[in-house]
Design a protein around this ligand. Sequence first.
Ligand code: PEP
Length: 243
Amino acid sequence: MRQIIAGNWKMNGSVGGVGAYADALKAAPGHATLIVCPPYPLLPAFAAALAGTAVGLGAQDCHTGSSGAHTGDVSAILLQEIGARYVILGHSERRADHGESNATVNGKVKAALDAGLIPIVCVGETEQERDAGEAEDVVRTQLTHSLPENFAGLIAYEPVWAIGAGRTPSEADVAAMHAAIRAALVGQFPATGADTPILYGGSVKPGNAAALLALPDVGGALVGGASLNAADFLAIAAAAPGG
Ligand code: PEP
């Protein structure tokens, strides 16, 4: 299956930087699917710059509702209207900074699906949870409660302690967690769980991408810091198997 390399720009970037970045992505190796998820205000510029290319465009969050009195929030419908195809949901920074529970994430996933967006649902344990031997249980609970019955989309396994930290789990730990996620998805969604892409995220860089992307059940990467530099993002995509 084609690997998926998604860039999460978080609260970074500028209008002036969109054109050059989009031009660089047009030279991407064709064997992986690229997705860029910039802050909301950059979505229209990216939609225009990437029109006609195979690069996917995603947002970083959406509201559970379709409209209403929710100052500062953005609906999935509006994201779809302005050209987004994907939306990251349940990122650990949203769960921590905005108190998002699994139930909230579940509502957002439903809203995204209703709007025709493909959700990229993030799960992952804290360092304390891993040290306590609870990592797989925590992630299984997140999957059970964050994914609605009609889920169709991508999962990103992002250990919270690896995000922006410059360190990653061992390859054995990544493989074990992806196998646990696969088993949970097959149990929860017998018809589709075997084919749901499971991305790894957390300090993916050009130097470690090939090893991480080659692991069983790793279907791609969700890349934060390294996605801000087009050359690094393309180097990660080039490291995907099949190139
Ligand atoms: C992320 O926040 O989704 C992420 C993976 O960040 P980084 O690659 O910077 O660790």
